[in-house]
Ligand binder design. Structure first.
Ligand code: NIG
Ligand code: FE
Length: 421
């Protein structure tokens, strides 16, 4: 048994597995001066010190006592959109953007995703795993206990399988839980520049069936946007994915209003991600289909853009909103969800409470895992992080530092830096 005691605020997000919409997104279910009891992998009790049910802790009980400290406990972040397997950085492109080049100009000149494809094709499986392990450790250090991880820098059957096998190895070795997504439709590879239809066919007939058959992915994603896959191509790819038994996610409306959100709604995709360019009609359609809007405001921030997704409109329309990093070597190279909350609050005017909901229970729902993850409630998996702040609102407000001091994954303490003052 593990007992956490004298916690200034427990942000429970109690309320069951349903995604939070509208005003529900601001309801955190906070317990002040609280305690949590964990047995095995699960939370068995959370409440105030006053109601604590155990009189005499047994000899086998480990106690983490936060008395004298001011600590917030919250569910581990669920980062529902990342691209963590790649062969190298693109720091040159970062510098080019500081000198005025845009993301699209760099991609059109052969950089961008295609540069990452060249790097991944050169890399062997072991080096891909070793690099990603380092990043995944950093996710954990910053309080993320579950990530979704996409392939998408291979763009050939063999290289996409290599990326997915790297993810499969990381799933076994890593303390962070990882949900694998096949993103063979991330870009048209160089060798298919003049035969894009053949690549789409290959995705549908060869790659998706193989990935599904080998059990290497839970979801399939498509980059449906200007310069990448059209709505018709994306529809055909995602229908094949559905037939193969994969869940659906879409990179939609990031670079231009190109119809990806409408397609997500049409297909009942679990998540539509990015959404900088969604319009009112798209928002109504997403509301109807129950698709989660996964916002990735770190990309606009890092690319130096001023157009952020309309988070307020989405929330007010009743679309469940999630937040994720989009960790990748191009548009957003951070594993830090705390920073994403800061950007969401300052740039999209989400409240701190809405941002935390989006980064935990709603992210878990978008991965189909909210029965088990995303809140601190009796019966749920004990994925809990301790933040060295007295009030949860300080997590986005006091930005640029890592507040996470303790990480508990499946009931085990995997990081502990709690210090007495
Ligand atoms: O989510 N939008 C597509 N994919 C990534 C960018 C990937 C890259 O530049 O390597 C994104 O922003
Ligand atoms: Fe992405």
């Amino acid at each position: 048994m593990l007992v956490l005691k004298n916690i200034a605020q427990i942000v429970t997000l109690g309320g069951g597995p349903a995604p939070r919409r509208g005003t529900e997104m601001a309801e955190l279910g906070i317990i002040r001066n609280g305690s949590i009891i964990i047995r095995g992998e699960k939370v068995t009790w959370a409440g105030t010190a006053h109601d604590f049910p155990v009189r005499q802790p047994g000899a086998e009980t480990r106690i983490l006592d936060c008395i004298g400290l001011e600590i917030v406990a919250m569910p581990g972040f669920v980062d529902s959109h990342t691209h963590p397997v790649f062969g190298g950085t693109r720091v040159d492109e970062y510098e080019m953007r500081t000198r005025g080049k845009t993301y699209q100009e760099i991609a059109a000149a052969g950089g961008g995703i295609r540069e990452s494809v060249r790097q991944l094709r050169r890399a062997d499986l072991g080096s891909l795993i070793a690099r990603a392990e380092r990043y995944i450790r950093q996710f954990l250090e910053h309080g993320t206990t579950t990530i979704e991880a996409k392939s998408g820098y291979g763009l050939s059957t063999e290289d996409e399988l290599k990326a997915l096998r790297a993810i499969a190895a990381l799933r076994i070795e890593s303390k962070v839980e990882i949900v694998p997504t096949f993103l063979g439709a991330h870009a048209i590879p160089e060798e298919h520049q003049d035969s894009r239809q053949a690549y789409v066919e290959k995705l549908i007939r060869e790659m998706i069936p193989r990935v599904a058959q080998e059990g290497l992915a839970d979801f399939c994603d498509v980059f449906c946007d200007a310069g990448y896959f059209t709505v018709d191509e994306s529809r055909a790819i995602l229908q094949a994915a559905r037939t193969a038994g994969l869940g659906l996610r879409i990179h939609a409306e990031e670079l231009a209003h190109s119809g990806g959100a409408g397609l997500a709604a049409e297909l009942g995709a679990r998540s539509a991600d990015h959404l900088e360019w969604v319009d009112e009609e798209d928002i109504r359609a997403l509301r109807q289909s129950g698709t989660v809007a996964t916002l990735l405001p770190g990309t606009a921030f890092n690319l130096g853009l001023t157009k952020y997704p309309p988070a307020r409109k989405l929330i007010e329309a009743g679309v469940p909103v999630a937040l994720a990093t989009d960790f990748n070597p191009g548009s957003c190279f951070t594993p830090n969800m705390q920073l994403i909350l800061s950007i969401a609050c300052s740039q999209m005017k989400m409240t701190p409470a809405e941002a935390i909901t989006a980064a935990t229970i709603n992210g878990a729902y978008s991965l189909g895992l909210s029965e088990r993850l995303g809140s601190i409630e009796e019966g749920k998996q004990a994925d809990i992080v301790l933040m060295d702040v007295a009030d949860y609102r300080e997590i986005p407000y006091y930005f640029g530092v890592n507040h996470c001091v303790t990480v508990i994954k499946k009931g085990q303490i995997v990081i502990n830096r709690l210090e007495r003052p």
